[in-house]
Design a protein around this ligand. Structure first.
Ligand code: FAD
Ligand code: FSA
Length: 453
């Protein structure tokens, strides 16, 4: 469809996908784009506000019949961004990837997850010695008990996440996008046309915490895990959190930890090399995720009716559960016991939202034609910062490839009777979904004084 490029467009959320969308709108000539975020960029609660993230390349599929047409098309566009776009290129490190598991179920899972990509050259790793040899001597000092896996030396690596997020927003601003941050950017509710005007209940804008109403001809919802709070998603989104922590290394130690492949045990955790300036080694424990189940009153923004519903409601916390710390230390003991008992310099929970099939939700809302959804990043959406916004703009302009349009459509039928406890194809202790309401003990707040964050 033809869109007047001078009409006002609002983007709710200046995180990973919101900033990517703002960038791509500006690059395509849209002249009146405003991003609203209740945090300054990089938002403290953005899932993308992190030292690093894993990034796996792919190439465009040869034909539409490729069974992985959708995921490959998205991944190829994303890789093109990291490999060729001067904005993103500096932040991509194609250092390779070591994938592992340590139980029979884990090995099966690993083969299913990684084998489709065997075209990019995975090589088997069978022994602890072979694992240790994937990095310079002295980095991996562990026994890798029971570990087996695969390594690929190219076509994969990691990205400097926070820097790429800030660069995306900065470039969007340079191209004319306006960012409104802090309370004036804190979106409270969506505004719809009055129900008695005889037309569709279309969205007309948003209201922010300072009481201001912002009107626009198009509103793009890219609020990450918080998107679920704005609208009845009919159970399509499940806000879910994971956990990350840092260890501070000395400059001397960090010298050795350079150009390392990403190491990921799909049932234990992963790490990438420490950041170049502050030498913070970030890692995550792998587990199916935490929800925060509470009964909340949910008001339909159109009808105004309120009902009580059990929802997973995100909250910010710069701490992690003690059980999570234990999983992280167990992971570290397997691979680098010399660092495993060190104090953490930073820790936080990090929220994203899973769809039922973990495919993205990029579509125009069926009942509100001026509301665009850019949500459901499903715990694997950071790397797409280079390109996802371009697909959002394609959706707005009615140009999405039919297969992509179908895969990323509004699909409440998929969420009917949704099993909220589904692990959604993830592994790791306790091999079940967890609930923050049941967490007994949180780790004390790490001493941030040495940390960059
Ligand atoms: P976010 O980046 O979280 O952005 C949401 C934005 O909305 C934020 O800026 C927030 O401040 C704003 N917002 C929220 N509420 C409001 C409001 N009321 N008003 C205004 N603004 C609001 N992906 C990878 O590709 N590789 C990885 O290695 C990887 N590792 C991960 C590790 C962890 C621990 C986690 C949790 C996720 C990881 N992911 C990874 C997934 C990836 O981080 C997310 O899928 C992606 O960042 C989500 O982007 P988003 O734009 O949807 O959400
Ligand atoms: O390859 C990737 O995109 C890694 S996503 C990293 C991660 O921590 C997952 O391992 C986890 O299961 C969840 O999806 C959050 O992101």
């Amino acid at each position: 469809r033809k869109i007047d490029q001078s009409k006002a467009i609002l983007v709710i959320g200046g995180g990973t996908w919101g900033s990517s969308t703002a960038l791509h709108l500006a690059r395509r000539g849209y002249k009146n784009v405003t991003v609203l975020d209740h945090y300054y960029i990089p938002s403290a609660i953005s899932a993308g506000n992190d030292v690093n993230k894993i990034c796996d390349e792919d190439t465009y599929p040869d034909s539409e019949d490729d069974p992985d047409f959708v995921s490959r098309t998205l991944a190829a566009a994303c890789a093109k961004g990291w490999l060729e776009d001067p904005l993103f290129k500096p932040y991509y490190h194609a250092t390779g990837y070591v994938a592992a598991a340590h139980t029979p179920a884990g090995f099966k899972h690993l083969e299913k997850k990684e084998l489709p990509a065997s075209r990019v050259g995975f090589v088997r790793i069978e022994t602890p010695e072979e694992f240790r040899k994937t990095m310079p001597e002295g980095v991996l000092t562990g026994d890798f008990p029971g570990w087996k896996g695969w390594q690929k030396k190219s076509g994969s690596g990691w990205v400097e996440a926070r820097k790429a997020l800030v660069a995306t927003a900065t470039e969007a601003i340079r191209l004319g996008v306006k960012y409104i941050c802090g309370q004036p950017g804190n979106v409270q509710r969506l505004l719809f046309s009055s129900p008695d005007d005889g037309k569709t209940h279309d969205i007309v804008g948003v209201e922010t915490a300072d009481g201001k109403q912002h009107h626009a001809s198009l509103v793009i919802l890219a609020a990450g895990a918080n998107a679920d709070a704005f609208l009845d998603f009919k159970d399509q989104l499940r806000p879910t959190a994971w956990t990350l922590a840092h260890i501070k290394m000395t400059a001397e130690e960090a010298k050795l930890y350079k150009n390392l492949p990403v190491l990921f045990n799909v049932e234990k955790g992963f790490f990438m090399e420490p950041d170049f300036v502050n030498h913070e080694l970030k890692f995550c424990d792998e587990h199916p995720g935490y929800c925060n189940w509470v009964d909340v009153p949910v008001t339909d923004p159109v009808t105004g009716k309120t009902q009580t519903k059990r929802r997973s409601v995100p909250f910010a916390r710069s701490q992690i559960p003690v059980e999570s710390e234990q999983r992280m230390r167990s992971f570290l003991r397997d691979i680098m016991p010399h660092l495993a008992e060190r104090p953490f310099s930073f820790a936080r929970i990090c929220w994203c939202a899973d769809t039922v099939d973990r495919k993205y939700l990029i579509d125009i809302h069926p009942d509100h034609p001026s509301l665009v959804l850019a949500c459901g990043a499903s715990g694997h959406g950071f790397k797409h910062i280079s390109s996802i916004g371009s697909f959002v703009v394609d959706a707005i302009e009615g140009k999405l490839h039919p297969k992509l349009k179908h895969a990323m459509r509004w699909r409440p039928e998929q969420a009917v009777g949704r099993d909220w406890d589904d692990v959604q194809n993830r592994m790791g202790d306790p091999y079940a979904m967890q609930d923050f309401q049941k967490v007994k003990e949180w780790m004390p707040t790490p001493d941030h004084s040495q940390s960059s964050v």
